[in-house]
Design a protein around this ligand. Sequence first.
Ligand SMILES: C[S@@+](CC[C@H](N)C(=O)[O-])C[C@H]1O[C@@H](n2cnc3c(N)ncnc32)[C@H](O)[C@@H]1O
Length: 221
Amino acid sequence: MHTHDDAAHTGAAATPSARDWWEARYAERDGIWSGRVNAVLASATWGLPVGRALDLGCGEGGDVVWLAEQGWDVTGIDLSVTALERGSRAAVSAGVEDRTAFVAADLARWDTAARFDLVTASFLQSWPVEIPRADILHRAAGFVAPGGHLLVTAHAAPPHDDLPPALREHRFPSPEDDLGALRLDDGWDVLVAEVRPRTATTPEGDQHEVLDSVVLARRTR
Ligand SMILES: C[S@@+](CC[C@H](N)C(=O)[O-])C[C@H]1O[C@@H](n2cnc3c(N)ncnc32)[C@H](O)[C@@H]1O
């Protein structure tokens, strides 16, 4: 397990406003996500042969740690060093630090020659600061090895009612939007493209229904 900032290595300068926005968000309190795996990821990857996985916008590492616990070798990428440090600590607590790597980078620029058996992006978004999400998703498809899977999970509708005014006009992606962003060629089978309802629990313990856009595709060659 290691955490490093690859900005110098790639020449990448993370979009300062996006990175600052996320750092401020993570600084609000210790742990802004549940630390548990996202339900869509757990069900989509259950039973797949384990291999190398890449988690785009991994946040505090809930999905990274869960995948590593299933036997995957996982690299998580995120803008926020604070979030990645939490992910690293969670990996150590779970005893999976040898199968995890956390990398601070801006996915708008990050690149790799490696190919992965699973590339996943759970709620890779940045409100209210724009990121080139469609371009990031398109390039993510190129990181998948032949025979590997690509999973994109997104909020298909506002996840709660108290969005600030600036976000009320935000366009939440449908599965068709994300398929359009991915621009998969005929070397892919689309296995799932649907909106799934899910019961979410707030930090206060209140439950409400949210809608997830789910796209799962397998690279055939
Ligand atoms: C809503 S959080 C989701 C975190 C995690 N995947 C989860 O489901 O708990 C979105 C994450 O994407 C990251 N992110 C947004 N834009 C990014 C970018 N351009 N490069 C890298 N990470 C980014 C943010 O820092 C944040 O941690």
